[in-house]
Design a protein around this ligand. Structure first.
Ligand code: ACO
Length: 326
């Protein structure tokens, strides 16, 4: 089996920011409520001229440059997103923007777990020898799909994109993973279809439409995350034959500071090992892990050979963890 290494990272944020103060003018909320309940202070919001694929391409260019490869070296592009520019997917647009003309490209939908599901999917293509150079992107623009009059959801999300290059390598740096899904809890977090039905001819009714806004049972998702994320990390550690003490960095999906704190506490991981940037960006869904990874790498926090446990969780419900060395 071929070894795997992550050799580059990148991230891209929309230009405009929206601080908690400004949220308080939109809905009945306050900087104090948002800060104490979530840890979020500000988020970046995509303008009309910014698209999911443009942010994804910008993050990808940085990751490709860090990896020291050319776009034409890429064999596969996996775009984890729940908010594509186009329901047929946006990965091919990213491929064109990069000029990665040898790459096959497709979207992968697993909400806030999307990036973890995508790096594990990418790893299977590399392990088998099918592909050697894979670009994995996590990107979301939730600002286009939240109800901006619903204070229980609109304050939480931000927009952005992050990317990594994964390559076949003599040293294997992907040490273990575990993925989970539970559709019985699907109703706790949705971006559901909204239909208009019309009878075309007698007996044949079609339903055409659009999508509603994000709906979430925050308490249940919170409970789920705090219980399931430590479990899935324990499983991944077991597969990697590692213990909690071997972890240099805990890199969780950036949904809520209280979730980061509670998971770290349950796993007995000290705070200085927990990567957190959600004060600046809010919950950027599939993008949050690769953005935080890229920032920590570029800041020199994450050093070569550090062991990172990354875990995503969210709609599906879905959750998963992957352990890798930088
Ligand atoms: N401003 C002010 N008050 C608010 C706001 C707000 N923005 N939102 C809710 N409230 C009120 C509620 O109405 C409620 O009032 P009430 O007591 O009068 O009914 C009170 O604050 C407490 O609300 P709770 O929902 O109990 O607040 P909680 O402490 O649970 O925090 C939160 C809510 C932040 C959403 C939390 O439950 C959470 O983070 N859940 C997890 C969400 C998550 O992680 N999602 C990740 C996946 S996202 C994806 O996959 C796309």
């Amino acid at each position: 089996n071929t070894g795997i290494a992550i050799t580059g990272s990148g991230s891209a944020m929309p230009a405009a920011s929206l601080e908690n103060q400004a949220m308080a003018a939109l809905v009945d909320t306050s900087d104090e409520w948002i800060t104490t309940r979530t840890g979020i202070k500000s988020r970046q919001i995509a303008s009309e001229s910014e698209s999911l694929s443009s942010l994804a391409a910008e993050a990808s260019l940085q990751a490709i440059a860090m990896a020291g490869i050319a776009a034409t070296d890429i064999d596969l592009i996996l775009l984890a997103t729940s908010t594509p520019d186009d329901l047929y997917g946006s990965a091919c647009k990213v491929q064109a923007a990069l000029g990665a003309n040898r790459a096959v490209a497709f979207d992968l939908t697993a909400a806030c777990s999307g990036f973890i599901f995508a790096i594990v999917t990418a790893s299977q293509y590399i392990r088998t020898g099918a592909y050697r150079n894979v670009l994995v992107i996590g990107a979301d623009i939730h600002s286009r799909w939240v109800d901006w009059s619903d204070r229980t959801t609109c304050v939480l999300f931000g927009d952005g994109a992050g990317a990594v290059v994964m390559q076949a390598s003599a040293t294997d740096k992907l040490l273990g993973f575990e993925l989970r899904s539970d559709g019985e809890q699907n109703h706790y977090l949705n971006l559901a279809y909204a239909s208009d039905t019309q009878e075309l001819v007698p007996g044949v009714t079609v339903s055409t439409g659009n999508y509603k806004s994000v709906t979430m049972n925050g308490k249940e998702v919170y409970r789920f995350a705090v219980q399931k994320v430590p479990e899935v990390i324990d499983k991944a550690l077991f597969h990697a034959n590692l213990s909690v003490d071997d972890i240099d960095w805990l890199l969780l999906h950036q949904a809520n500071q209280r979730i980061l704190d509670a998971v770290a506490q349950r796993l007995n991981i000290p705070n200085h090992k927990v990567i957190s940037n959600l004060a600046n960006y809010g919950n950027t869904s599939a993008a949050s892990i690769p953005i935080a990874l890229d920032e920590a790498v570029r800041a020199g926090k994450i050093q070569p050979n550090d062991t990172i446990v990354a875990s995503g969780f969210g709609a599906g419900l879905s959750w998963g963890a992957a352990i890798f060395k930088w």
